[in-house]
Design a protein around this ligand. Structure first.
Ligand code: ADP
Ligand code: ZN
Ligand code: ZN
Length: 822
């Protein structure tokens, strides 16, 4: 067993696994992912003559003085370690095959090749830690052994047989047998060779469903209710008419006897229902398919007719019922015994979405994302490997969920940039991987969005389906643009225009609800001296510190959003000692404070990464808001994604300008998507919606397109610009990110690499240039951008050679199809 330290080398080509027969003869070595904590490399083992091994097989291998589990990753015709052949140890046995869906390893190899990443790094993204650690390898006797066939077996093998025969089920864990019989593995191997015993991995078992009391609201008129009882009925109604009793008791701070009184009056029923495991919280239960609109129906029929690999772009305006189409598209898939994978951008919106799926499919729904604990992730994995039809809802990395028998993949909000991983490697895009996976599994892929990415929009590889109208012919909310320059001219110095102030007052009067979108989290962007202009900066990064004010009376804190450096707010300017050291800008905190000052009766909930960083916080805050405990939800980017709250009538955008002026070729696209999505949260229920966008550049074409809900004109203008400059989707990009503690060295290396690349043909080189924030966490960052035509893939440079130009003090990341170029 020897480490190959592959992490420093590149595995450039995916191997075709098709010709399996020929590989058996050629491959005498195998790289194994050994299941032990802290093992970061692949290890090479020899394949004994009698064993057939495929990638993905679970193996038992010697490791130090013990036997451990491992996964066969790649077959090799040459050992790729620099040691005498006789020192390479042998695989002991194959424990299980077919543990991973066929094609799974092809997919991982494809990712490794396309993103120029060592396979082991891809495996680490794809597999949860300690996958095999808790799996039970068990040994059982075969029917043959019970027939008492007379064959010669060794004393050790005989001991194992004797032991197993004593067990009532004729099976024991490998571990147990090892403890009872000396050198048991030899005996076991012998028995398996003779067909008298077999290995298996104990499949995970579904635990018994747990029952819990659920409360259902009955149709009734509330004339004979006390005000307390009315309140409870109202909470229940707002939750869709059904809730767990424990939740209702908690939310209403009431007792079971109060509920009992409501049962007696015939307003509610309480009954035992199956509890859905692994995620607690408010769950609407027993939802049924809605009867579809003609456009939804058309989309569903097309999707249902797809039986093999095909891509669908489902372009539906906000509130057009895309999720309902997903739900009904999944239904027949599950009935056929297959599984579905649903990817969503962020965890902020999964509670609501997950609830909708659970309401339809109960405990067939599993959630998989990086915020799960190792244990939860592991359990979900094991659950997937049972092969039972299920629905996985997850973020980016869930594209690697090892669901067998995948029947459908859905990417909701496919335009969202969180599907792209910037770091660490592999810098994969879940949409790209989803396309490969759907092709390998031969199943359809649905890309859904109200604002499709330009990549998807111009792609000719899919069927286009459109939901051009909102459900119940509700109009898209009118968008009003407010020129903030004019406000200032007319003497309004508040961060809220008079129009927005009016609208906020009305929320209070009419007891309606609204959403206020701010581009930045935290209190403000920076603190500066009004006397000398000095700006407080992070000592480790080239950015200003952000002001965080936790609560009245608490210490005022400054924090760096790049490296998390923090310090107290100094009372005087460090430069000129002036006491006028103030913060500028308008983060969520600042806006919340302004709101409290100007509208003391307006109840607000802050929803940003500062207030949602504890487990379950998203759900709690959204539940509070849905229950009408606040008038206004104030927050950042997270608010734009998928929230479906029918009672929201007002959406305000404090300042659209921060979005517009990002120094990135995607700034326009991102602004259009964000503003359209956030506007789409208004007017989804019976009351009409209204959107107010404040800006200092009302004449900007993107603002005009957002106002008219005009995706087409946005696309036309933006695509023309992209085409003129060969930017995606008309060109492809590869970004080389270099960083080092030494500012001179990284600059020199960047120059050396750029010179090396400039000899090559087929691509254009932009840079080297310093990153827009040169220093982060004391590392200086430079970058080189390669641009080339998408169809005529150039002779890309030999990355191994490029890496060799980097001394160990300079790190290099190759970002393929980069999204953030800053
Ligand atoms: P989108 O995902 O396109 O923004 P949703 O799927 O969230 O839209 O649908 C918006 C709202 O309309 C949801 O509350 C949903 O329950 C409801 N809805 C969807 N389809 C129908 C339908 N066919 N009939 C009635 N209501 C529907
Ligand atoms: Zn000063
Ligand atoms: Zn910093």
């Amino acid at each position: 067993m020897y480490s190959n330290s592959v992490s420093s080398s590149v595995i450039a080509v995916a191997e075709p696994w098709g010709s399996y027969q020929s590989q058996i003869k050629l491959s005498q070595w195998v790289e194994v992912l050994v299941d032990c904590p802290g093992c970061l490399d692949l290890f090479t083992y020899k394949i004994p003559d009698q064993l057939l091994i495929k990638p993905g097989d679970i193996l038992s291998v010697p490791f130090g003085a013990t036997q451990v589990g491992g996964i066969a990753i790649r077959l090799l015709t040459q050992p790729n370690v620099d040691i005498p052949l006789e020192k390479i140890r042998e695989v002991e046995d194959v424990v299980s095959t077919g543990f991973f869906p066929s094609g799974y390893w092809t997919l991982l190899n494809q990712v490794a090749a396309y993103y120029y990443t060592p396979l082991i790094q891809v495996v680490r993204v794809a597999l949860p830690p300690g996958l095999l650690g808790r799996s039970q390898r068990r040994i059982r006797l075969t029917p043959l052994a019970k027939e008492n066939i007379a064959v010669y077996i060794s004393p050790t093998a005989q001991q194992v047989i004797n032991l197993l025969q004593k067990a009532s089920t004729a099976d024991y864990s490998y571990h147990y047998i090892q403890q009872k019989v000396k050198a048991a593995y030899r005996g076991i191997r012998e028995l398996i060779r003779l067909g008298l015993a077999e290995n298996y991995l104990e499949p995970p078992r579904l635990t018994q469903p747990k029952l819990q009391k659920a409360v259902t609201l009955l149709d009734n008129h509330d004339d004979d209710l006390t005000s307390r009882q009315k309140e409870i009925v109202e909470v229940l109604r707002r939750q869709g008419g059904e809730m767990w009793q424990s939740e209702l008791l908690r939310l209403c701070s009431t007792s079971t006897s109060t509920l009992k009184a409501l049962v007696d009056k015939g307003y509610i029923v309480i009954e035992d229902r199956e509890i859905l495991r692994r995620e607690q919280g408010v769950t609407v239960i027993g939802d049924h398919h809605k009867s579809l609109t003609p456009a939804q129906n058309n989309a569903l029929e097309t999707i249902n007719s797809l039986t093999r690999f095909a891509q669908v772009l489902l372009h539906g305006v906000t509130g057009s019922g895309k999720t309902e189409v997903y739900l009904q598209a999944i239904s027949p898939i599950v009935e056929q015994g297959k599984s579905a994978l649903v990817l969503v951008p962020e965890i902020g919106l999964t509670p609501q979405l997950t609830d909708r799926f659970r309401a339809r499919f109960g405990n067939k729904v599993q959630v998989y994302h990086s915020a799960l604990s190792d244990g939860e992730r592991y359990d979900t994995w094991r659950q997937m490997l049972t092969g039972e039809p299920q629905i996985i809802i997850g973020t980016r990395s869930a594209i690697f969920a090892p669901l067998p028998n995948l029947g459908l993949i859905i990417l909701d909000e496919e335009h969202d940039s969180s599907f792209k991983q910037d770091a660490p490697i592999p810098t994969y895009h879940a949409r790209t991987v989803a396309q490969w996976r759907a092709a390998l599994e031969n199943c359809p892929l649905i890309l859904g969005s109200a604002t499709p990415s330009l990549e998807s929009w111009v792609s000719r590889n899919h069927q286009y389906l459109s939901l051009p109208e909102r459900i119940n012919s509700r109009p898209l909310p009118p968008v009003e643009i407010v020129d903030m320059r004019q406000e200032l001219k007319e003497g309004n110095r508040s961060i809220f225009s008079r129009k927005l102030q009016n609208a906020l007052e009305q929320l209070e009067e009419k007891q309606q609800q609204g959403i206020l979108f701010i581009h930045r989290r935290g209190h403000s962007t920076f603190v500066s001296c009004r006397s000398c202009g000095y700006v407080l900066e992070c000592p480790h990064c080239d950015v200003s510190l952000a002001y965080h004010h936790v609560e009245a009376g608490a210490q005022e804190l400054l924090r760096c959003h790049y490296c998390n450096y923090g310090r107290l707010h100094p009372p005087h300017c460090p430069e000129c000692s002036s006491p006028y050291l103030k913060f500028f800008g308008s983060g969520t905190q600042r806006v919340a404070q302004e709101l409290n000052k100007q509208f003391p009766n307006l109840k607000i909930i802050r929803f940003d990464s500062d207030t949602t960083n504890t487990k379950g916080a998203h759900r709690n805050l959204l539940t509070k808001f849905a229950n009408g405990e606040a008038h206004l939800l104030v927050g950042t980017q997270m608010l734009t994604k998928g929230l479906d709250l029918p009672q929201v009538t007002l959406v305000g955008v404090v300042a659209a300008d921060g979005l517009l002026h990002l120094s990135d070729y995607r700034a326009n696209e991102r602004t259009f998507q964000t503003l359209t999505q956030v506007a789409g949260r208004a007017g989804r229920g019976d009351d009409p919606g209204r959107v107010i966008i404040q800006t200092y550049t009302p004449e900007h074409p993107i603002i005009a397109a957002v106002q008219k809900h005009d995706y087409q004109s946005f696309c036309d203008a933006e695509l023309a610009q992209r085409q003129a400059l060969n930017y995606p989707p008309y060109g492809r990009l590869i970004l080389l990110r270099l960083s080092s503690l030494d500012p001179i060295q990284v600059q020199n290396v960047a120059q050396i690499i750029a010179t090396f690349l400039s000899d090559k043909e087929g691509f254009e080189i932009l840079g080297p240039a310093p990153a827009s924030i040169l220093r982060v966490a004391n590392r200086y960052r430079w970058q080189i951008l390669l641009k080339f035509a998408p169809d005529a893939l150039p002779n890309l440079p030999d990355w191994q050679q490029v890496r060799s130009l980097c001394p160990s003090s300079v790190s290099l990341t190759i970002d393929v199809d980069p999204i953030n170029i800053m």
